[in-house]
Design a protein around this ligand. Sequence first.
Ligand code: GLY
Length: 374
Amino acid sequence: MREFRKVKVDLGDKSYHVHIGENIVDLLPEIISPFVTRKKIFLVSDEAVGSTILPRVRKILEDSGFELSVILVPSGEKSKNFEQLQILLSELLDNNIERRDIVIALGGGVIGDLVGFASSILYRGINFIQIPTTLLAQVDSSIGGKTAINVKQGKNLVGSFHQPKIVVADVNFLSTLSLREVKAGFAEVIKYAVLGDRSFFDWLSENSKKLLKLNTESLIHAIETSCKMKAKIVKEDEYEQGKRVLLNLGHTFGHAFEKSVNTNGEGQSILHGEAIGIGICLAAKLSEDFEESNIEDSIAIEKLVADFGLPTNILDISKNLKISEVIKFMKHDKKRSDDKNTLILLKGIGEAFIHNDVKDKDLARFLNNQGLKK
Ligand code: GLY
C-alpha cells in the first residue's frame, strides 16, 4: 500500500492542502482538477529538473489530456532576480496566459519563490501550484506563501505573500538529489524539531541513518511533521507579524554566512541548508550566553546536525570571514540598521523565542569567541 498524507494549511478562504506521498505525482491530474479552468496548463521548471523529473510530470499531465506550455529557467539562486522575473512574465504573456489559468512551479526553492512572485503580480494575481522537488522546498519554502527575488542589497528583499492552491510533495523526487543536497534539506527539518518539538528531535536522533538512506516511511513522517508545524505557525501568523519569525531560527546567521562565504569565501561554497545547520548550532550557543539555554542542549543540537552529515562550525567552511562583514549581512537580512538585532534563541530544545535586542557588541564578542576574525 502506498502511503499518502494530507496536511491542511488553514487560512480561511485561502486554505490549501500539502499532499505528501510516494509517487503521489501520479495523482496530479486528479489533485489539480478542481483548480483548472481549461485544458491548458503553464509549467515552470529549471534546467536541472527539466532533464530528470519534468518528463515524468509532463507525461502524466499530457496522458490526462492537458496541453502543457513549459518554460525553463536557468538552475540556481542566480535566477531569483528582476531579469529572470521579467523574462518569465514575458514568456507567460507571449504564450497567452489568461487571468484564470494556473501556473505550476516544479522545482526547488528558487523556482517556487520566482514563480510564486510572478504569479502574485501577473494580472494582479493568478493561481499557482507548488510541486517542490527538494527536501528543503518540501518542508519549508513551498508552504506558507512567501515569494521573493533577491536584489543586490540582500536575499528575498523584494517579494509578496501569495499562497499556492495546492502543494504536492512526492518523496520519490528526493532520489534525484545529490547526497549533499539531501543532507542540506534536513537542516530545515532539524529546525522544526529544535524550535518547537522535543519528541520530534528525539525521533530524528534515532532515525537519522534511515532518513539519509531515504527510507520512504521515515521521510513521509519527517515531512508531514515538519509541514504540520509550519502550517500551524502560518495559520497563527500568516504575514509574519509575530510568531512566524520563529521559523527564522538559524537563518540570520545562516543567510549572513551564505552571503559572506559565497561572495568572499575564496572559492569555497556553502549550501543554504549547510549555513542554516551552522546557524542553528550558533543560536543554541548564543542562547547560553544569555543564560537561557544550557550547554547540554547545545551539544545535543550540534550532535544531531552532525549526525545528518552537516557542518556545525563555520570555520570548517571558511577561516576568512570577518565579524564586521557577517554582522553587516545579518542586518540586511533582518532589514534594519540600528544597534539592535532580532535573533531566534532557545530556552531549550523545542522552546524557541524571539530576542529583539541582541546588541552588536554582544554579537561581535560571541562571534570572536567562536573563532571568527575581527
Ligand atoms: N521560511 C520561513 C517562512 O516561511 O516563514
